[in-house]
Design a protein. Sequence first.
Length: 72
Amino acid sequence: MTVDTFAIELVLDGTPMNLTGPDLEAAVLALADRGHTYQTIADRCRKTEGQIRRTLDAGRKRAKAAARQVTA
């Protein structure tokens, strides 16, 4: 998965940006890890709270699956 690290860093620093795909997932996971609310994340990524919740759930599931593969 290739991500635009520059765009993600901008969002993490507070610049609102319409992210999609792997960029959105990476930013959402990072912002959630930093303790941001769904609404704050939604505002920064220009998405709805529902989209953020779904992206966060999918990203966490993907991360868990990847971790299981590494330990197997």
